[in-house]
Design a protein around this ligand. Structure first.
Ligand code: PAF
Length: 278
């Protein structure tokens, strides 16, 4: 399996492909079935696929969160190999990606970054866009695959790519869930088995809102009540927002593509999820 660990090696491998069907799946490793679904989709739709594995330091606002982030390169390589041994993997070091130090470019996103993850994690999206810009610049992908679990990230990347006139199609991929409904995330591995099982209540409450709540006040109180029954979990935010603007809906009934967003934590592990309400 082609594993590249320096930008120099990546550049030389990339320059040998002259076609127009190169797909990239950017990841931070610790791959789960959600990532693997993106990689399978990329493999199905492209001639050449690159998976990047890089725990990007500039998108972490807390050092202990970065230090705790799981790292499992050997297992990740094996899982990708099982999908197809010809998928290219790029797993660089921080000094290769940031030769001048860990600096993120400050971006403006017309307010898309002001709520939710952007508000709770200062500088997070500057770090995400900085690394995506570096990866796109070298790989020049025709398609790039991102999971809808990080829905705000997906919308920001779409907006940035459009504004910068980057000729890469941004392909959204649906959330993959554990049997109890918990959205798959590399962070789930940091939960104790009991916490992981209990965390299924978050999606259950969100589904209940989708199927039963007629206005946003009802959604907010349903989610808050669900967290009151699970006091080990802290609710960071609950928001009904329109998909494209990420602005809070005025009325659920008249909103354009309303989506429910929830962020929470248990024992210091951050969990986020979202669901289309219509
Ligand atoms: O979603 C992620 O795993 C990361 O934010 C990404 C897109 C790979 C950038 O580091």
């Amino acid at each position: 399996m082609p594993l590249y660990q320096t930008l120099k090696a990546l550049n030389s491998a990339r320059s040998s492909y002259k076609g127009n069907a190169l797909g990239v799946v950017p990841t931070m490793g610790a791959l789960h079935q959600g990532h693997l679904s993106l990689i399978k989709k990329a493999k199905h739709n492209n001639e050449v696929v690159w998976v990047t594995i890089f725990v990007n330091p500039t998108q972490f606002d807390k050092k202990d969160d970065l230090d705790k982030y799981p790292n499992s390169l050997a297992e990740d390589v094996a899982a990708i190999h099982e999908i197809s041994p010809d998928i290219n993997i790029f797993a660089p070091t921080a000094s290769d990606m940031y030769p001048k130090g860990l600096l993120a470019i400050t971006q403006t996103f017309d307010g898309l970054d002001k709520s939710m993850e952007g508000a709770d994690r200062p500088g997070h999206f500057d770090g995400v866009i900085t690394i995506i810009a570096k990866l796109f610049k070298t790989l020049q992908p025709h398609r790039a695959y991102f999971g809808e679990k990080d829905f705000q990230q997906l919308q920001l990347i779409k907006k940035w790519a459009k504004e910068q006139q980057i000729p890469t199609s941004i392909v959204p991929c649906p959330i993959v869930r554990e049997a109890n409904g918990l959205a798959l995330s590399s962070r789930n591995a940091q939960l104790a088995p009991k916490q992981r099982e209990e965390a299924g209540f978050i999606y259950e409450a969100m589904l209940h809102c989708k199927n039963n709540c007629l206005d946003k006040a009802d959604v907010y109180s349903t989610i808050k009540q669900a967290f009151e029954v699970h006091p080990n979990f802290d609710l960071y935010y609950v928001l009904c927002a329109e998909e494209d603007s990420l602005k809070e809906v005025k009325e659920l009934a008249t909103a354009n593509k309303p989506r429910l967003f929830v962020a929470a934590s248990i024992a210091g592990v951050r969990l986020i999820d979202n669901i289309a309400l219509k």
